[in-house]
Every structure is written in C-alpha cells, then in structure tokens.
Design a protein around this ligand. Structure first.
Ligand code: KG4
Ligand code: ZN
Length: 334
C-alpha cells in the first residue's frame, strides 16, 4: 500500500492542507485570510478564529482533489511551530483528533525546515550539502542543508525578519498587508538609486532589519514635513530604494556564507523568495560565481501545506513519529 500523508499548515494566516503519496504531491489547497488586510499585519486572535472556520472545508477539498479517502491515510502531519500559538493549536488539535479517530500516527513538522522542502517538491532538486537563504514574514536564516532532515542554521536575524521589513515599510507607506508583493510591484516602476538607506554592520552571517525600519520612519517624517504628498508622489522610488537595500543586505551575507563554506549549491526559500529583484540579483551573482541557483516554484514560496507534507514524508521514512501529547510551540528549535 502506498504511503499517503495528509498535512496541515496553520502557523500564521494561511489555512492549508495537502496530500502526498510516496513523496509526490497529489493536492495542495490554500485558503489565505484576507481579514487582516486593513490592520497592516496579522491579528493573532482573528487568525485563530478564521482557521477554525476554514480547516474542515480545506482538508475536505485536499482529500477530494487527491482522490484519497481517510481510510487510505498512513499518517497525519501538521505544523508544530514556529508560529502564532492560537493558529498552531487549531491545526495541531485538528490533526491529532483526526489521527486518533483513524488510529494512524501524527507527525509534527518544523515550519522553517518545511520552507526548505519547497525544493524537494519543485522541478530541480539541489544536491547536498547546499546553502538555503530562507526569508519569510517571521524568519530570515541562512541554513546549511546536509540532508532531508539534517539542517544547521549558520546565520539568522537578530531582530526583524526580511518579510517584516517589507510589511512594516508598506504600513508606513499606508499600503495594505501583506506589503511585500505590493512593494515588489511599485518598485518595478521606480528608481532604486533615488534614496539611500543604510546597510547595518552585523557580525558573521546574522542579519538585522530594525535599524532600516527606523531610518525609513525618520526619513518619511522629515520628507513629509517639507511636502505632505511626498509618499504619493515618490511611492515607486521609495519602494525601489527600500527593496534594493533589503535585497543587498540579504545577498551580501549569502555571498559571504557561500565563500566561507565553499558551497556553490545555493537555494532561496520562504515568502520573500518570490520577490522579483531578489530572484534576479541572486541569478546575476550565480552567473558570476558559478553557483547552481535553485528558486522555488512560486506556489511553494509562501506558506503552503505541500512543503509540510514533504518533511512529513521523510520523517515517515525514518520512523520519526510523535505522540498525541505533542504540543505546538510558538518558538521551536530543530
Ligand atoms: O513564508 P511566508 O508566506 O510566511 C511566513 O512564514 O512568514 O512569508 C510571508 C512574507 C510576508 O512578509 C510577505 O510580505 C512576503 O513574504 N512576500 C514578499 C513577496 N511575496 C511575499 N516580500 C517581497 N516581495 C514579494 N514578492
Ligand atoms: Zn512561512
């Protein structure tokens, strides 16, 4: 009998379910919550409530699309963390209840490991060991990936994440949440050299984005004192300049890590890896340095359950199951 795993992702504002069969994704359903747009960020309590409403229809659709009935499931997987605790609890409680009813094992999955697994369900797969720059709304990491489940963080943000830098800038520019994709879009029409924002000096392969956020805040305050329409008039140039700085901060560290570890297999992952400038600039460096660069398919960049299913499948193969007493953790080490 094939190994069929149902995977559930509910760590933030996406309610998602996927079915994987012997390592192949059969279905991948995502319900994105639009309820947060007006607030400039995810409202945790609201997110949990919407997960409760959406989880049953999303799981139902994932099983229907995969053409798998519940009696054919070998295990149920879910995101165990990191994430918003209320959101995680909806997915984990649902998964554990379903596993109990079906008498199959549960598998808790680390969300950031799962982002890297976007590459194992995409068309071309990096060879081990590779370096992965994982950039999302909550995390910014450089990870040394030695095997499907063997990963080591070699650098990470000491404050805000790259996605947060995009989203918080968007909020200052009075754009709705999530701001990353909008900044990407407006930046295409602007001049990236119009304004200069500072690059922080942080040790080794770690990152910092909080100083950038503060400098943008003061920059806008000053400019708006002179011209109250400054943001509307220069929106494209501001977006292009901020985006260019975020991308250079990320890629300068990635370049240094690739040199230090003498690795030319390089991957990007996480929501921010769908940013067009990041992808293009990484490709330029790859061409110059002889990297094999792996960019995940767009549908697997932002949060989804297919990536959770991939980690779960490899854990299943290695008999790495959890007990029903597993509790989700907002912060979790791997
Ligand atoms: O990985 P993800 O879906 O969720 C987390 O695990 O956090 O990442 C969401 C983040 C948000 O901050 C969003 O603004 C950002 O990814 N994002 C982008 C783009 N698309 C999504 N940031 C910049 N450019 C984009 N095109
Ligand atoms: Zn994520």
């Amino acid at each position: 009998m094939p190994v069929n795993i149902l995977a559930i992702e509910s760590s933030c504002d996406e309610t998602a379910a996927a079915v994987i069969q012997n390592g192949k994704i059969l279905s991948n359903v995502i319900a994105s919550q639009q309820e947060h747009n007006q607030y400039g960020g995810v409202v945790p309590e609201l997110a949990s409530r919407v997960h409760v409403q959406k989880i049953i229809p999303v799981v139902h659709e994932a099983l229907l699309k995969a053409d798998i009935t519940t009696n054919k499931l070998s295990a149920i997987a879910f995101t165990a963390g990191p994430g918003l605790i209320g959101s995680l609890m909806v997915g984990s409680s649902f998964a554990k209840a379903m596993a109990m009813a079906l008498n199959v094992p549960v598998i808790g999955v680390h969300h950031m490991q799962a982002h890297i697994h976007a590459h194992f369900i995409s068309n071309s797969i990096p060879a081990f060991p590779f370096l992965c720059l994982t950039v999302s709304g909550g995390h910014t990491q450089i990870v040394l990936v030695k095997g499907y489940l063997e990963m080591k963080i070699v650098g990470e943000t000491i404050d805000d994440a790259a996605g947060e830098a995009f989203d918080k800038t968007a909020k200052l520019l009075k754009l709705p949440y999530p701001g990353g994709p909008l900044i990407d879009r407006y930046a295409k029409l602007g001049n990236a050299n119009a304004f200069d924002f500072p690059e922080p000096k942080i040790k080794d392969f770690d990152f910092s984005f909080s100083g950038l956020k503060t400098s943008i805040l003061y920059f806008l305050k000053e400019k708006e004192k002179e011209n109250k329409n400054f943001i509307q008039e220069r929106l494209n140039d501001i977006c292009a300049s901020v985006q260019s700085r975020i991308v250079s901060i990320l890629l300068n560290k990635l370049k240094r890590a690739a040199e230090e570890f003498e690795i030319k297999e390089i991957a990007l992952a996480g929501g921010v890896s769908s940013n067009s400038l990041l992808r293009n600039e990484a490709q330029k460096i790859a061409d110059k340095k002889g990297w094999n660069l792996y960019l995940p398919m767009y549908e697997f960049c932002t949060d989804n359950a297919a990536m959770i299913a991939s980690v779960a499948y490899h854990k299943y193969l290695e008999n790495k199951f959890d007990t029903l007493s597993i509790a989700p953790q907002p912060r979790i080490v791997w």
